[in-house]
Design a protein around this ligand. Structure first.
Ligand code: ARG
Length: 458
């Protein structure tokens, strides 16, 4: 008989059992569910709602059940619908009818809200650590490439050269914001909803704070209706995770491009690439491609969760059981991507010479020629036009700016002198961007210091 079978006259249609059960996926919550139950049952005794002896017997039984689930020694059944009722059933099998006292003053509605928060708390810690590892890998590449110049792009057209270190640091700061968002969400996740009951609270003289303290929550939720129907914290996590994987996806796209023969700026380590079953020469950047591809499912989970919640009246509705798979999948997807990114970034080979040649053979120093003329008191707009003409001439002559003779330069402005060759060299162009946040070497070194200071606060 079902745990709630008393009111029913016949067994549930088997298709209904299958359709409404969540045990196939919410078994992931088992250890958190039992952790919550242990705190709850201790509180029941402390508040003299059940006897100390019963409480201890239940707690002992719960630990046995936890062990048996962890070791796959018990069967979790669809008939028992979800992890909460499966655990309760297993507990009663273990300790007898006294196990039926566990659910006193509690509903699955506040119980599941608690489990979700416990699960997410755990995931937030792991994901933050993994994000930090990726930041460290990027920082290492930045430190090793403080003199590596690569073309910087806008519209995927060569724009102005930047330091490879500068490019790596751009991602370090993106992931820093991601970390800060996750840390901020902790405030909202880390409150205990237990005691909200089904929706209205409970008539038993429970001590919600005591449960919260045992489970290391920062406090308790304020309103019972809100407590059982709130999944904002899940939406917020999915949104934060979407930004994480969006950032990873942009970096992935760059790694894919850079490792193509057309760019040839980096080479990913063999250990992080795969081959082709047909073309023997292939070495494919499958990992960044797949991370880029998996953004779709994470964005999808965010949009799915928002849509599930949008029309729901208070308080709990069965629709909310749909909160789990997207969250679990997002946690696994993000963890998997981050765990690969740190070593993949750390081991990638940076082809400094190819990058340098790419910068030397383009017109990305044109802005510097214009700025040079501005230094000779020519208005920027005029300088822009002069340099435009100079570039056009160079293209027609099949030359780059640095290939022009001084005479050729002077056809466009008699203000150009011998020092122009130094001014237009890739390193000089980079170091000219000596502004806070700019790509000049000393400014990138400042960024490394700033990042380290932020890491201290994490
Ligand atoms: N499996 C359910 C869920 O995940 C637990 C809560 C069920 N509550 C209820 N009143 N049917 O949402």
């Amino acid at each position: 008989m079902k745990l709630w079978g008393g009111r029913f006259t016949k067994p549930t249609n088997q298709l209904v059992d299958e359709y409404t059960a969540s045990i196939t996926f919410d078994q992931k919550l088992a250890q958190f569910d039992i952790q919550g139950s242990l705190a709850h049952v201790k509180m029941l005794a402390k508040c003299e709602i059940i006897s100390q002896e019963d409480s201890e017997q239940i707690a002992k039984g719960l630990l046995v059940v936890a062990e048996k689930i962890a070791n796959d020694q018990v069967e979790l059944t669809e008939e028992n619908e979800d992890i909460h009722m499966n655990v309760e059933k297993l507990l009663i099998d273990e300790v007898g009818p006294v196990g039926g006292k566990l659910h006193t003053g509690r509903s699955r509605n506040d119980q599941v809200a608690l489990d979700m928060r416990l699960y997410l708390r755990d995931a937030l810690v792991t994901i933050s650590q993994l994000l930090f590892d990726v930041q460290q890998a990027l920082v290492k590449q930045a430190e090793a490439n403080l003199d590596t110049v690569l073309p910087g792009y806008t519209h995927l057209q060569r724009a102005q050269p930047v330091l490879f270190a500068h490019h790596m640091m751009a991602y370090v700061f993106m992931f820093q914001r991601d970390l800060e968002r996750l840390a901020d969400s902790w405030k909202r996740v880390n409150k205990s909803p237990l005691g909200a009951g089904a929706l209205a609270g409970t008539s038993f003289p429970i001590d919600r704070e005591y449960v919260a303290e045992q489970l290391n929550f920062d406090g308790i939720t304020e309103n019972s209706l809100d407590s059982v129907s709130d999944r904002d914290f899940v939406v917020e996590f999915l949104a934060d995770a979407s930004l994480v994987i969006m950032h990873l996806s942009r970096l992935s796209e760059e790694l894919v491009q850079w490792s193509s023969a057309e760019f040839n700026f980096i080479e990913l380590d063999d250990a992080f690439c795969t081959g082709s079953s047909m073309m023997p020469q292939k070495k494919n950047p499958d990992v960044p491609e797949l991370v880029r591809g998996k953004t779709g499912r994470v964005f999808g989970h965010l949009s799915g969760m928002l849509t599930t919640l949008k029309g729901l009246p208070l308080a709990y509705n069965k629709d909310m059981q749909e909160d789990k798979e997207g969250m679990f999948d997002t946690v696994e997807t993000i963890k998997g991507a981050l765990a690969l990114f740190a070593p993949m970034i750390e081991t990638m080979e940076v082809k400094k010479e190819t990058m340098y040649q790419a910068v030397a053979k383009d017109y990305s120093n044109a802005t510097d020629l214009a700025d040079y003329l501005v230094g000779k008191d020519i208005p920027f707009r005029e300088a822009h036009a002069i340099v435009g003409q100079t570039v056009l001439y160079s293209i027609e002559q099949n030359k780059y700016l640095l290939d022009l003779s001084l005479e050729e330069f002077m056809q466009f402005s008699d203000q150009i002198a011998e020092d122009i060759y130094q001014v237009l060299s890739p390193k000089a162009v980079v170091n000219a961007r000596n502004v806070a946040g700019g790509t000049a070497k000393n400014r990138v070194e400042d960024q490394l210091k700033q990042a380290n200071a932020l890491f201290e606060q994490n």
